[in-house]
Design a protein. Structure first.
Length: 351
């Protein structure tokens, strides 16, 4: 079967491809052996991200998943408990890694759009009894992916931090889309990360890099994280070519995330006028939109395949539910075209 990529790909912001300028920066990167701390571009990227998040040190890793897994492995002993939202990436999409790698278990709690209150963390804390697991880490996901790109406010994060400080809990931020939150709210990454002990950003989502995440924390934490990076096979060699893409993205692709957020608004406004489409939330804060196909005439799979016939891809997340994500490879015109195509398919199937 011929490979025929969709013209308009709203499946995920992971579908972004490195631009020619980014590829040139990658080509020109100075490189060395990363495992021996000899790759100058990787070292630079780590310094830039540590500074951006206001943490002492940073570690370049092949993926965001590895950032989460290594952080949890450093923080937890086997048998410990991790408090996280029931919609969180670590609970749903990391193949049970917390238990397989850290030997810890996850205590899922029910937030609203992926965001929970400090009081819920307090309620989930285990008593210090001989037969209870130890509550060790609380994970916040900024922005919340399954929550529809919702943004944790600084107030909520601060209240989580306060509870954590009083209860000997570590705060870890899954900041896959932290920069989306920064651009949407005007609050700095440093301010958000000041509520955490460890955090990371993904380079391969809306920032448009082909690979990579950068994990941050104290010097001692990053030293421990290095052992896990090596152990899991995440220690690389001339990784500067990939780190160069990250440096390029942090310079050039952050403020433009605002366009993705505007395009998400345009998409949502159009969708809200279509009979048979129900938005999970009208209040889209960043670039992720969930909606349901609310008619007996067509389901999400059928909608998706009709769209694909026109070269438009969305992400079917359930029998009637769909996710769409805006990003740099989908411009305003394409977002409008996608929304209009959805409208036409629904009209065709209901009349
Ligand atoms: C994508 C994502 C991850 C994992 O990142 P990868 O780079 O794909 O491994 C983790 N958390 C959230 C919230 C994500 O959206």
């Amino acid at each position: 079967m011929a490979h025929n990529p969709p013209r308009i790909d709203l499946f995920s912001d992971t579908k972004t491809r490195p631009s020619m300028e980014m590829r040139k920066a990658m080509c020109a990167a100075e490189v060395g052996d990363e495992q021996a701390d000899e790759d100058p571009t990787t070292i630079s990227l780590c310094e830039i991200v540590a500074d951006l998040l206001g943490h002492e040190k940073a570690l370049f890793l092949p993926s965001g998943t590895m950032c989460n897994q290594i952080a949890l492995a450093v923080h937890c002993n086997p048998g410990d408990e991790i408090i996280a939202d029931e919609t969180s990436h670590i609970f749903n999409f990391e193949v049970g890694g917390a238990s397989a790698i850290a030997g810890a278990m996850i205590r899922p709690i029910e937030g609203k759009n992926g965001i929970f209150a400090a009081s819920q963390v307090e309620d989930a804390l285990r008593p210090p009894l001989r037969h209870s697991p130890k509550s060790r880490v609380v994970v916040v996901e900024q922005t919340s992916n399954l929550g529809g790109g919702s943004v944790w406010t600084l107030e909520m994060l601060n209240s989580i931090k306060d509870i954590a400080r009083n209860s000997d809990l570590i705060v870890h931020m899954d900041g896959a889309r932290l920069m989306n939150a920064v651009v949407a709210s005007g609050i700095s990454a440093k301010d958000y990360a000041s509520c955490t002990d460890t955090a990371w950003i993904d380079l391969s989502k809306g920032l448009g890099c082909p690979i990579g995440g950068v994990l941050t924390g104290t010097r001692a934490f990053i030293e421990e994280a290095w052992f896990w990076k090596q152990r899991l096979g995440g220690a690389m060699r001339q990784s500067g070519m990939m780190a160069a893409a990250g440096i390029f993205a942090l310079k050039n692709n952050v403020s433009r995330l605002a366009e993705d957020h505007e395009n998400a608004q345009v998409f949502v406004e159009r969708l809200s006028q279509i009979d048979g489409i129900e938005l999970k939330s009208e209040n889209i804060e960043t670039n992720i939109i969930f909606f349901t196909v609310n008619t007996l005439n067509i389901n999400a799979v059928q909608l998706s395949s009709s769209l694909l016939d026109q070269g438009i891809r969305i992400n079917v997340t359930g029998e009637n539910s769909v996710r769409a994500v805006t990003h740099m490879d989908v411009d305003r015109k394409s977002v409008i075209e996608a929304a209009d195509a959805i409208g036409q398919i629904l009209v065709r199937n209901t009349s």
